[in-house]
Structure formats: structure tokens, C-alpha cells
Write a protein that binds this ligand. Structure first.
Ligand code: NAD
Length: 360
């Protein structure tokens, strides 16, 4: 069987630490399930800036285009120089170049792990290619500009096509889960742009019989998420609202260190933790690698469906379960969850759990 090629981009600060930890687990899964995977590594971010003067090179973009899947570590995007001085955001460059339009961000409370909101299990489906993110809205030039030193403007883009396809991705997920879709917008103020998003999302959702559909304004949604996160199943929204609400949901479910995510398009997918590069704990062996491990499991599942390889799905399920099992033991957690273990020791426990014989 031909091998599937995964491109590994470790990113900045805690990125290399959690990527090494997560890859150790993937290596164990490859051995156990005889997975047809091979890895290629490339540098992005500060490492690439230092050596080559840019944070994301054309050769990395090309390697990503040729890969079957990508594992992206968190990047210090805020710390890069402006784009014209080499500071490209690898995450947005990859989302655009590979048309990774759906950012799937699950948040579930985990048995035994203290959470602000126990019993929640929801997925935020965030549009990834337009919206308030001015860096991806223009054919040429920047979507942010300053007509005078005292005035800054940004272009927000919403299209019917992007709204329809993100709504479809959310509906497809919702019908396989608890069959409830919540559309989130600010259509009361952004009447044209979010009005368009809402119109298209509702029209796609109407094609799915048996799906309960509701619409909630984003400010009210921030309250509902805190008050009753258990009431939600699949939430679909535009780019920035999805980014913010998913961090809120992650924190409610136990913390950012648990927040996995997949960026998926029709032909490519990229595993990427929802959190950033955490400079405050970089190099201390303190980062929780769970978010990237869960993201990797989501990528394996996506590859399983795309290539019809059942053992990739089996490996994804087992990685997910092994991580949950280790997290359930307070003595085996990382310090963000009040535990005593470092990044590598935690990953070793997940590996050990993965290697155990399955008792049927
Ligand atoms: P952050 O998500 O990096 O950190 C926020 C807080 O959460 C910090 O206290 C950090 O220590 C903690 N944290 C995050 N991940 C953790 C983990 N795995 N284990 C334990 N604790 C964890 O947010 P920030 O500090 O605002 O951003 C740092 C950099 O990351 C910035 O340059 C920002 O632009 C970038 N960023 C990148 C991504 C991405 O690549 N997907 C996402 C968000 C932020």
C-alpha cells in the first residue's frame, strides 16, 4: 500500500515540545496498527525567520500541497515582523493555500477532569477563509489600511459560497451527532454581511430533515455558553466569532491545553491545537500536549474516511481513548490541570496506555 505523507511543522515556543510529544504517540500508533504513514519535517516561524528571513517559505507551501495531511504546531504570529519583512502567518497561509475552509473545534468535558461546565459536548464549526480576518480578504493588497495616522480601517468579507459550504460541513456533522445546529451571527448589527451568512446557513440547514436549527446572536451566545453549554451540539459561525467562542468553550470544558482542532477542506486537512504558542511556559516541559494529540487523532480520522483505511480510524479512536484515560488520573496530568507531570512524561503515559493489549 502506498504511504500517506504527513508534513510536520513544529511552530514556535511550546510548539516543538508538544509536537515531539504528540509524534511519539503517533509513532506508537503506527507500530501498533501498521499505519501506512511517513513523515516529512520542515521549519516555519522564528526558526525559519532566523535562517531564511521569512516565517513561511514557498517550499513549505509546496510540500504542504503535496502532503496527504499536515501537523501544525502553534505559531507566535503576534511576535512576527510585518509581512513585507518576512512575517507571514503560517496558519492563515496554509488555510488559504489549501482552502481549509472548516475549522472543527470540539469542546467536551472529560470524565474526572475538573471543568467549569461538566457534561458539555459540543463542536464549533468556524469558517476559516474570510470574515473579520483582514489578512485573507483581498486579492491584492492588505485588508487593513490607514488613510491617516489616526484612522485604521479593516475589510470584513462574507460570501454566499463560503457561508454555504461551512453551513454544509456543520450540518453533515450535526446529523451524525445529536441533530441540533446553532447558527451564530451578529445579523442585528452587521445586517448585510451577517445577514447574508445567516440567510445562506438557514437555507442549507433546511435541506436536512430532522435537524433542529436555531439562530443566536453572538453576544447572547457568549452568555448562553457559560450558562448552559450542555444545551449545544454543533455551532456554526463566522471566522472571528468562532475563534473567540471556541476559546471560551475550551476553557469551560477544562482548559486550552485540551482544545484540539482540525482545519479541513475538500482535498486537504491540517491538525492544529486551538491554543497559541504559550511563550510564558516555553522550554519548561510544562505544556499540555493533549490538544495537539486530539487534533492528530482528528486528522487520522479524516484520512481514514478520505482513503477508506479502517485502521487509521481505529488508531484515531484508540489515541483519543488512551489520552482520555490518562487525563482521568489526577496523578498523571500536566500542571495546567493541577497535575505533577511534564509534557514528555504525560506523553509517555499515553504511549504506555496505547501499547496495552485491548481487553475485549
Ligand atoms: P496562548 O494560547 O498561547 O496562551 C494563553 C494561555 O494559555 C497562556 O497562559 C498559556 O500558558 C496557556 N496555554 C496555552 N496552551 C497551553 C498548553 N498546551 N498547555 C498549558 N497551557 C497552555 O495565547 P497568547 O499567549 O495570547 O498567544 C501567544 C502567541 O500565540 C501569539 O503570538 C498569538 O498570536 C499566537 N496564537 C497562535 C495560535 C495558533 O497558532 N493557532 C492561536 C492563538 C494564538
Amino acid at each position: 500500500m502506498p504511504k500517506l505523507n504527513l508534513l510536520v511543522l513544529p511552530g514556535d515556543h511550546i510548539g516543538p515540545e508538544i509536537t515531539a510529544a504528540a509524534l511519539g504517540i503517533l509513532e506508537e500508533a503506527r507500530r501498533r496498527f501498521d499505519l501506512p504513514l511517513e513523515f516529512r519535517h520542515a521549519e516555519i516561524g522564528h526558526a525559519s525567520l532566523k535562517k531564511m528571513g521569512h516565517s513561511f517559505s514557498g517550499s513549505v507551501a509546496e510540500a504542504a500541497r503535496n502532503a496527504d495531511g499536515i501537523i501544525l504546531g502553534p505559531c507566535d504570529t503576534y511576535g512576527y515582523p510585518p509581512a513585507d519583512q518576512g512575517g507571514t502567518n503560517p496558519s492563515s497561509a496554509l488555510r488559504l493555500a489549501l482552502d481549509l475552509y472548516a475549522n472543527i473545534r470540539p469542546s467536551r468535558s472529560i470524565a474526572g477532569v475538573p471543568a467549569l461546565a461538566p457534561g458539555m459536548d459540543l463542536v464549533i464549526v468556524r469558517e476559516n477563509t474570510e470574515g473579520f480576518y483582514a489578512d485573507r480578504n483581498m486579492f491584492a493588497g492588505s485588508g487593513e489600511f490607514m488613510p491617516t495616522p489616526e484612522v485604521a480601517l479593516a475589510v470584513r468579507k462574507i460570501t454566499a459560497q463560503a457561508s454555504r459550504r461551512i453551513a454544509r460541513a456543520a450540518c453533515e456533522l450535526a446529523v451524525k451527532r445529536r441533530k441540533k445546529l446553532t447558527i451564530v451571527s451578529k445579523a442585528n448589527v452587521l445586517k448585510l454581511s451577517d445577514g447574508l451568512f445567516l440567510r445562506e446557513a438557514k437555507s442549507v440547514a433546511a435541506e436536512y430533515a430532522g435537524l433542529a436549527v436555531e439562530h443566536i446572536l453572538v453576544d447572547a451566545m457568549a452568555s448562553h455558553l457559560v450558562r448552559s453549554p450542555q444545551a449545544f451540539d454543533v455551532i456554526v459561525t463566522t471566522n472571528m466569532f468562532g475563534d473567540i467562542l471556541s476559546n471560551q468553550a475550551a476553557e469551560l470544558s477544562g482548559g486550552l491545553g485540551l482544545a484540539g482542532s482540525l482545519n479541513a477542506g475538500d482535498a486537504h486537512a491540517m491538525a492544529q491545537a486551538s491554543h497559541g504558542s504559550a511563550p510564558d511556559i516555553a522550554g519548561m516541559d510544562r505544556a499540555n500536549p493533549s490538544a495537539l494529540i486530539f487534533s492528530m487523532a482528528m486528522l487520522l480520522d479524516w484520512l481514514a474516511k478520505r482513503h477508506s483505511i479502517q485502521r487509521l480510524a481505529d488508531a484515531a479512536t484508540l489515541i483519543d481513548r488512551a489520552t482520555l484515560e490518562v487525563l482521568a488520573d489526577p496523578a498523571l496530568r500536566t500542571s495546567d490541570l493541577g497535575g505533577p507531570l511534564g509534557t514528555l512524561a504525560f506523553a509517555r503515559e499515553v504511549r504506555r496506555c496505547l501499547a496495552k493489549p485491548v481487553v475485549s
